[in-house]
Design a binder for this molecule. Structure first.
Ligand code: CA2
Length: 152
């Protein structure tokens, strides 16, 4: 059930993040995306924010959700997965949304292969959190609560 007195943050997860917990635990941790969703919603319950948590492997669906967020949300947290490094279309969609956007990555993308060092999401983002595993989603929500409370 949604709580209408709360603001909504749409949390968008991109391709392959549905596989979390099943492979590469040394890079992405042992939690599933469902575990992360549950932890984030529990964390959000002590804040003025409610979480609309989504995952898609389709670039077009992610773009449709960003458009939808213009009406249905007051902020976006996005881990675009590998589309981070390839998708000008997702960047354009994010740039067209007048909402605070926080980019999250589980891994420290700057410690990894060169092709992960560039993000098309960052030019549209208020800030980036990477390298803290699933805690990054909680940190992003805390940052959002702070910046919106201070209207900075
Ligand atoms: O560190 C992150 O959160 C990433 O966005 C994850 C993406 C990667 O392409 C980015 O460079 C950094 C990959 C997500 C794939 O997740 C998997 C999880 C388990 C098994 C296989 C893939």
């Amino acid at each position: 059930m949604t709580n209408t007195s709360k603001k909504t943050v749409m949390v968008i997860n991109g391709p392959n993040l549905n596989l979390l917990g099943s492979r590469e635990p040394e890079v992405y941790g042992r939690e599933s995306l469902k575990d992360i969703e549950h932890r984030l919603k529990t964390h959000a319950s002590a804040t003025p924010w409610q979480v609309d948590f989504r995952q898609s492997n389709q670039e077009g669906e992610i773009i449709d959700w960003i458009h939808e967020a213009r009406e249905s949300a007051q902020a976006i947290i996005i881990n675009a997965g590998a589309y981070t490094h390839t998708s000008i279309a997702i960047m354009d969609a994010l740039l067209a949304v007048n909402l605070p956007i926080i980019e999250v990555h589980l891994s420290n993308i700057f410690k990894r292969e060169d092709f992960r060092h560039h993000s098309y999401i960052s030019p549209a983002s208020r800030g980036i959190i990477c390298g803290f595993g699933s805690r990054g989603y909680l940190l992003a929500l805390d940052a959002l609560a702070d910046i919106t409370a201070q209207k900075q």
